[in-house]
Design a protein around this ligand. Structure first.
Ligand code: NAD
Ligand code: IPM
Ligand code: MN
Length: 355
């Protein structure tokens, strides 16, 4: 098989984690005999510098023609004053690709339990899949920005909620069969519409146990007993906030990958962290979130489940051996961790084929 993958390194630590991700992607494709067509395009702040647009037309058409897109991260102080910020390019890209469901798995690696800010007995067994609605809500509502008054509007339609809920119910069906839908239905009209739409979709999934949780209480429950949750579905902004919170439970924001999916196979894959200007260029960025995003890419856009699992096993093996970046208690540079994972993928693969 052949794969046409677009890489958008972006800004800050984006290019560092993209190099790491590409290294592992190349290693696994060589092993599996997948013909890889990789191309890099300007995006985010780099797009503004290059073409005066965070999502240059040439970049967008390459993305639309690709099987999958990998994004490092965008944004940084350099572009904070721009009329169109790097982040606006990311929102437009998500909308153009119609990737309305953002899957963010938070799975604790046993060997990192002592790196969690929470006590080990509280985090043990944490394995959550956050399904974040990605192309609606406050991010895409009408906006007014004045000196005295500003306004962001929050709109959801029932079909927008139903399609992302369906993805979450399907995921729950394939896991432990529990789904928590998070909203603020005690205050927001959009949340009451959200809750009603989720209940309607539930009728098609009677085997899934559904609970509704208010977002403020969810922020607390996540810290108190994260292992209580399996699949969590929520709207765009709540999902953004709760996934950053959940990431550190597993050790570090640098560990989490994500898949943004729509109705077809094409997806956008990105670690959940940002461009981390505070550590950019220092080799301190944890590449694991980016590398796990590549595993998700192979799983969801290429149908290569075995290859995805090879990467996930290699990440775990290398982490267990202690080859880690500073954020998870190690002293290895980004590329050292990436090389070790790529090598582990190759060696474990060759050993497998030899027996
Ligand atoms: P951030 O995620 O970039 O950083 C938050 C903290 O986590 C920082 O201390 C950083 O050093 C650390 N961190 C992040 N990624 C890490 C990694 N891989 N390894 C080790 N440590 C890591 O969030 P921020 O500082 O609030 O935002 C910086 C910029 O990134 C902003 O412009 C923001 O808009 C942008 N951003 C982009 C994306 C994206 O491109 N998908 C996501 C989030 C934030
Ligand atoms: C994320 C980021 C983005 C978001 C920003 C950069 C627009 O925080 O992917 O989590 O809020 O969706
Ligand atoms: Mn975020």
């Amino acid at each position: 098989m052949s794969l046409n993958i677009v890489l958008l390194p972006g800004d800050g630590i984006g290019p560092e984690v993209t190099d790491a991700a590409a290294k592992v992607l190349r290693a696994v494709c060589t092993l599996e005999g997948i013909e890889l067509d990789l191309s890099e395009h300007a995006f985010g702040g780099a797009g503004i510098d290059d073409a005066g647009d965070p999502l240059p037309a040439e970049t967008l058409s390459a993305c639309l023609a690709a099987d999958a897109i990998f994004l490092g991260a965008v944004g940084g102080p350099k572009w904070d004053g721009e009329a169109v910020r790097p982040e606006a390019g990311l929102l437009r890209l998500r909308q153009e690709l119609a990737v309305y469901a953002n899957l963010r798995p938070v799975k604790l690696m046993d060997c990192l339990a002592d790196k969690s800010p929470l006590r080990s007995d509280r985090v043990e067994g944490t394995d959550i899949l956050i399904v974040r609605e990605l192309t609606g809500g406050l991010y895409f509502g009408a906006r007014e920005e004045g000196e005295e008054t500003a306004n962001d509007s929050l709109t959801y339609t029932a079909p927008e909620v139903e399609r992302v809920a369906r993805i979450a119910f399907e995921a729950a069906k394939g896991r432990s069969g529990r789904l928590a839908s998070v909203d603020k239905a005690n205050v927001l009209a959009t949340s009451r519409l959200w809750r009603a739409a989720v209940n309607r979709v539930h009728k098609d999934y009677p085997e899934v146990e559904l609970e509704h949780v208010l977002v403020d209480a969810m922020a607390m429950h996540l810290i108190q007993k994260p292992s209580r949750f399996d699949v969590v579905v929520t709207e765009n902004l709540f999902g953004d906030i709760l996934s950053d919170e959940a990431s550190v439970i597993a050790g570090s924001i640098g560990l989490l990958g994500s898949a943004s999916l729509g109705d077809g196979k094409r997806g956008l894959y990105e670690p959940i962290h940002g461009s981390a200007p505070d550590i950019a260029g220092e080799g301190k960025a944890n590449p694991v979130g980016a590398i796990l995003s590549i595993a998700m890419l192979l799983r969801h856009s290429a149908g290569q489940e075995a290859a995805a699992q090879r990467i996930e096993r290699a990440v775990e093996a290398v982490t267990r051996r202690g080859v880690r970046t500073v954020d998870v208690g190690g002293d290895a540079a980004t590329w050292v961790v990436a090389d070790a994972i790529a090598e582990e993928v190759t060696n474990a693969g060759n050993a497998f084929f030899a027996c």
